[in-house]
Design a protein around this ligand. Structure first.
Ligand code: SF4
Length: 360
């Protein structure tokens, strides 16, 4: 089983952010952490946990003593010997004491929200850090035996492809094994959306996507999911479970769980959460929804969906459930031994392809 824990607090709010987050306020935190513990104790059934992912928000915005409280809560879980334990952090809130605390508590993967190394882009996104600060944090992590490090990068904030090229060069110089690259999406209820910030030219965005893919692949990073690249042995175990439509617990504000064919969504209202009202919605997913999700999530991976796993799960042949003959004939989908996947040439257009797998 897999566990996601949401820490919604952030030290400042980014202009593109549509996540479930609130500005750090230490009046909320004691109550939040004690409710988090209550929620876990009331729902966790004692399964062996293969991966814990603490996301946000910004988990590293918590103080040292608040983080210690969080690690005490995590002791509730029965943890597999070879588990992955990831914490999302921001550069400006990750000091050496927190890194040492992570290391003592067996955190073995860090995902750093960097987004860019360019001042103009960072100022549009309402973030600030320098290359030197990022590289210092990474050296401190490595010195404390945390080598499995990801950074998130956003491209397409401006039409200037040279910024993206430099960002990738900076990433490569850090010598870390994982990168998630997302194009900027302007959501309505964000500062960028409200200010009508314009999307960049689509052709330039595609050029950026191809540049990133080529450059990373020629430096031994494997493109293993639409937005994710890693050195062999460093794929995110936690996220692969999502893309396999596997079960997981989600604890904390706004988190989602998937188990026993139910998708359970927690409240995004901190006052309700801190009053002990954790769940806001619970929906049963029938077989058609489950099969669709297996395809829509699984085809995000470059190696796609296993035909035999699908058969073992549903006792049905993928090719009979989904109308994919034309996609296969046109080489949009490829069948290779036991796997069905999107032709890499069309991966960039995956949203238009994946929509065809909605059979509910
Ligand atoms: S740090 Fe992350 S969660 Fe917080 S505002 Fe920025 S993007 Fe959103």
């Amino acid at each position: 089983m897999y566990v996601y824990i949401h820490i919604p607090f952030c030290n400042c709010i980014c202009s593109y952010c549509d996540f479930c987050k609130i500005l750090y306020n230490n009046n909320y935190i004691d109550n939040y952490l004690s409710n988090l513990e209550k929620e876990i104790r009331s729902r966790y059934k004692g399964e062996i946990i293969k991966s814990i992912y603490i996301g946000g928000g910004t988990p590293s915005s918590l103080s040292l003593s608040e983080l210690e409280q969080l690690f005490n809560i995590i002791k509730i879980f029965n943890i597999d010997k070879n588990y992955e334990f990831t914490i999302e952090c921001n550069v400006d809130s990750l000091d050496i004491d927190k890194i040492k605390l992570f290391s003592r508590n067996k955190v073995n993967r860090i995902s750093l929200g960097v987004q860019s190394f360019n001042d103009e882009v960072l100022s549009i996104l309402n973030r600030s850090h320098t290359y030197k600060e990022v590289s210092n944090v990474i050296n401190n992590l490595k010195d404390n035996n945390i080598n499995n490090i990801n950074i998130d990068l956003i491209y397409g904030v401006t039409n200037n492809i040279d910024i993206v090229k430099k960002d990738i060069d900076y990433f490569l110089s850090l010598d870390i094994p994982h990168i998630s690259c997302y194009s900027l999406i302007i959501e309505d209820n964000t500062v960028l959306g409200i200010n009508n910030y314009e999307n960049i030219d689509e052709d330039i965005e595609y050029e950026m996507y191809k540049y990133i893919e080529n450059k990373l692949e020629s430096n031994s990073y494997v493109h293993y999911e639409i937005s994710n690249y890693a050195k062999e042995g460093y794929y995110s175990i936690h996220n692969i479970n999502y893309w396999n439509n596997g079960e997981y617990y989600g604890f904390g504000l706004g988190s989602v769980s998937y188990m026993d064919n139910y998708r359970i969504t927690n409240t995004r209202n901190i006052n309700k959460y801190n009053d002990g009202i954790y769940i806001s919605n619970k929906e049963y997913e029938n077989e058609n929804i489950r099969m669709s999700n297996d395809m829509i999530l699984g085809l995000r991976k470059l190696n796609g969906v296993s035909i035999s796993n699908f058969y073992n799960k549903y006792k049905k042949d993928i090719k009979e459930v989904f109308d994919i003959e034309d996609l296969i004939k046109d080489k949009v989908l490829i069948i290779d031994n036991n796997n069905i996947y999107i032709n890499k040439k069309y991966l960039y257009l995956s949203n238009e392809i994946l929509i065809r797998f909605m059979i509910y």
